[in-house]
Design a binder for this molecule. Sequence first.
Ligand code: IMP
Length: 437
Amino acid sequence: MGPRWGVIIGGLPNMPNTILVGAQWGDEGKGKIIDYLTERADIVARSQGGNNAGHTVIVGKDKYVLHLLPSGILRKDKVCVIGNGVVIDPVDLVREIEGLRARRIPVNKNLVISDCAHVVLPYHRQIDELREKAKGRKKIGTTKRGIGPCYGDKVERIGLRMGDLLDDANLLKKLKSRILENNRILKAMGGTPLNAKAVSRDYLEAAKKLRPFITNTVVYLHEAIQSKKRILFEGAQGTFLDLDHGTYPYVTSSNTTAGGACTGTGVPPHRIDRVMGVMKAYTTRVGEGPFPSESPELSDRLHDMGREFGSTTGRARRCGWFDAVATRYATMINGIDEIAVTNLDGLDALKTIKICVAYEVGKRTVEVPPSDVSELLLATPVYIELPGWQQNTADIRSFDKLPARARTYLKKICSLTGARLKLASVGPDRDQTMVVP
Ligand code: IMP
């Protein structure tokens, strides 16, 4: 071990390590952009969130929806890392792995899982659901995957980690004690106490299957950097679902912004070379919470086109106009250098397109989202309007061939966001992605 550490600390590799973040409320089309960027990476790492995420990737005629596995798993010769900041439902992860294997996607030496990632247990899921029910109209609209309660246990320092799955006796002991306490909590909340034996059986079975993947991923990633491997940090959810910077309490329970990639993998900030932000050409949000530029008219139009239904829960997403107040703030928090704009084709038919450039909050006009959710709920958007291109873009493969008004629109939303337009996407297929010259 000794000499290896010296090498790791001493070297200053100049690597194109990229963090990819969602610049809105999640569902920006990250799965597709990650898949595209993966071609130029050696390793794809997840750093936060859990199976609340749903990254859709279309390869030819095949559609894959990945929840916990990084999208890099679909490409040969890439290694996928599930970092320490992720929360893992082991039973669900085994299901996802076996689902891919059944479709002839290998999951073997191309996956490593951090021994420090926390374990989602059935009581987390039940507590998530019971809390939402108790909140009534004030519910968050969670995915009910137990994400919040699992991160809660992590912060409370009472969680189980993937390393605990390495030893049957240790796992059984910890499960027994945690289930005992949580059954008391479940009873008090009106839930159904768990059968410790059944849970233990399921988790022991999953543990056996996951053991070969569990390791110290910090060392793995540092050695990879040292040998000049390129890492793509795959963000899940979006900037405004960030626990600290999002529209709290209507957020998820992890840091979805760029900093989370470092804490969630143990790769230090100065090893990161660029941050790419993914945003839709309009805005969507699932779950409750403020959404200043929401437009029922645009929602209806997109839903009628069969678009904007959640890939994890199937819920219809709320839709609205592009919100440059939000994306500008996202650029600030994440340090976004380059932008990928997805779903441009969703706006093809529109005669005019609105862009939110400021909010009116009471008598004030603001260009930064208020931190207080009650103020944000009152924010009225200030719009500018651009003429639509009213032309089908889904078959266009080069940026120069896009209608002039579509190019103007893309450039406008990126200049308002404050970063360079790098990729534009006009559909779910791999070849519907254009590099901007
Ligand atoms: P949780 O992450 O399940 O606790 O849900 C908290 C909030 O984040 C809810 O509004 C969810 O709809 C939202 N959320 C969680 N994961 C995603 C995602 O992958 N895309 C979009 N929204 C998400």
